[in-house]
Design a protein around this ligand. Structure first.
Ligand SMILES: [Mg+2]
Length: 164
């Protein structure tokens, strides 16, 4: 297995909602995989995401986040869904520079004595511009656009993890 770290975006990538900032101040959990947003929409986790995250953990691959959001609310939603503890050194910051977030993630892992190189990293976002920005800073990262480079998290699991 050659990948050591998978970094994911949140909005549109882990769940099907484009902007967590507009969720109610206290997100209301509706079920295991969905919650209620401030504009009346039900926000659902992407199909297969739990399975994918668990498969990464089982393979000893670190998971982290790079999300352009105000930090408080997305963390509450993740905690409510039981997912927050999956992520090591998650970055939820109010700017779109995910290359900077990835640099911070590497620095935090380095402080823990864990060296991870770009060629051992997968970056996943639903927006191509975000993937391109990360790839211009770290060309060796495997950058994948949700819905373009893979159709579901079950397919991604096959693609990344079930080849050895
Ligand atoms: Mg997104």
């Amino acid at each position: 297995m050659r990948y050591k770290l998978v970094v994911l975006d949140l909005d549109g990538t882990i769940w099907d909602y484009p902007k967590t900032s507009s969720v109610l101040p206290e997100p209301i959990k509706l079920g295991k995989d969905c919650f209620f947003s401030g504009d009346g929409t039900t926000v659902k986790l992407r199909e297969g995401i739990r399975d994918f995250l668990n498969a990464c953990k089982d393979k000893g691959i670190y998971l982290s986040l790079a999300s352009w959001n105000d930090p408080g609310l997305p963390s509450k939603v993740l905690e409510g869904l039981g997912l927050l503890s999956y992520f090591t050194h998650p970055k939820i910051e109010p700017h779109p520079y995910k290359d900077v977030m990835l640099k911070e993630i590497y620095a935090d892992f380095a402080k823990d004595g864990i060296a991870i190189s770009p060629s051992e990293t997968v970056f996943i976002d639903d927006r191509d511009i975000m993937v391109q920005r990360v790839k211009s800073a770290f060309p060796d990262v495997l950058g994948l656009v949700y819905g373009v480079d893979f159709s579901s998290y079950y397919a991604l699991k096959e693609m990344l993890l079930n080849r050895d």
